[in-house]
Design a binder for this molecule. Structure first.
Ligand SMILES: [Zn+2]
Length: 361
């Protein structure tokens, strides 16, 4: 049994563990990391184990169930980034309005979540120090936090540029459908047959592989991953939803170059990865401009993609159910045959000068 902390704020409903630890540490001028070290915890993030949960509950004098409720879900589907936090500006503005402490929600740490369930706004990223400045730092006094939140709220609700393509609703509908399917599968619910005849575990495995393919750079030079290079019919529909960071990823160097959803904090990039998984897997798309059969979409969108990436994806398929692959997937090896050059693309990928196949859609 550890000595309880003399002052300790209660966790708020839906709050993320890290956010609470940051608030707990504030009266002692400790960051979440410093506090975790002082309490001999393994990690201030979401991947705390049962021992840490009991320790925390003892130190904070709160029931163990209240600490467990701060976790975001399975560690393999929880964001790992510690220096940036994922936020919904409207939720934070409401915290200020209600005169509640500004706090992060555990649901925003779920790697497959890119929209706020309450406001349907796409989540955003912010440096931790901008929302949780240390007391001693005069350069960033706490009074600036409301100003910071309101400025970003205004920017995020500014009018979007003229939209063409599928339309924002179609894209948001597709992303929310896949978010909900993943949420259900993580609770053990078998996905609907629209996704193919798959168990919850198989579905999650395939989503993990497809999003990892979309988030990784398989080129031999620095470049953006497919999640940042959406077909223009998609990226033009809702430019403010995707808006990925412009940083280029290092050249492909084997399995170490693979990036997954939990390793990708920016919701704009994860949104692109989820769209890829949806477009390659789902029967139909909530817009008439995209073909109903996923194999047609695979044929159009994957043809001409970097062979290293297609070879990686082809190898991952060995672990997918053979019946599902035979029934719902084109044969990727058709583009891996030596001497068979990919067909030229007729559309331009956003953010690059490369062309992409995007015809008849
Ligand atoms: Zn919100």
């Amino acid at each position: 049994m550890r000595a309880p902390l003399p002052v300790c704020p209660r966790p708020l409903a839906g709050e993320a563990l890290r956010s609470w630890l940051t608030r707990v540490g504030r009266p002692y001028s400790l960051s979440a990391e410093d506090l975790a070290q002082c309490l001999s915890l393994n990690s201030p993030g979401d991947t705390v184990d049962a021992v840490n949960i009991v320790l925390l509950a003892e130190c904070a004098r709160v029931p163990i169930a209240h600490v467990t409720a701060l976790l975001s879900g399975p560690p393999s589907w929880t964001l790992r980034e510690r220096h940036a936090c994922v936020v919904c500006w409207r939720c934070l503005a409401e915290d200020l309005q209600r005169r509640e402490p500004v706090h992060l929600r555990s649901i925003w740490r779920q790697a497959w979540r890119v929209f706020c369930p309450q406001h349907a706004a796409r989540l955003d990223v912010a440096p931790v120090r901008s929302l949780f400045p240390r007391r001693s730092r005069r350069s960033h006094p706490r009074g600036r936090v409301p100003e910071f939140i309101h400025r970003h709220l205004q920017n995020s609700s500014a009018e979007a540029p003229h939209q063409r393509g599928l339309g924002r609703e179609a894209i948001v509908g597709a992303i929310q459908t896949i978010e909900n399917a993943i949420t259900g599968a993580l609770c053990g619910t078998r996905p609907e047959t629209d996704w193919g005849l798959l168990s919850a575990k198989e579905f999650l495995k395939i989503i993990s592989d497809l999003t990892a393919w979309a988030l990784s750079n398989f080129e031999a030079f620095r470049a953006q991953p497919p999640a940042a290079q959406l077909p223009s019919i998609v990226s033009m529909s809702s430019p403010k939803i995707f808006t990925p960071p412009r940083r280029l990823l290092a050249p492909y160097g084997g399995e170490r170059s693979i990036r997954t959803l939990p390793q990708s904090p920016h919701p704009g990039l994860r949104c692109g990865a989820l769209w890829w998984a949806y477009a390659l897997m789902a029967q139909g798309h909530p817009a008439t401009k995209l073909r109903r059969d996923p194999r047609d979409r695979q044929q159009h969108f994957l043809r001409g993609r970097t062979p290293a990436g297609l070879a990686w994806l082809h190898a991952r398929m060995d672990a997918w159910p053979a019946d599902y692959v035979a029934d719902r997937w084109v044969d990727l090896s058709q583009w891996l045959m030596p001497g068979l050059a990919p067909l030229p693309f007729t559309d331009t990928i956003r953010g690059t000068n490369r062309a992409v196949t995007d015809t008849n859609l």
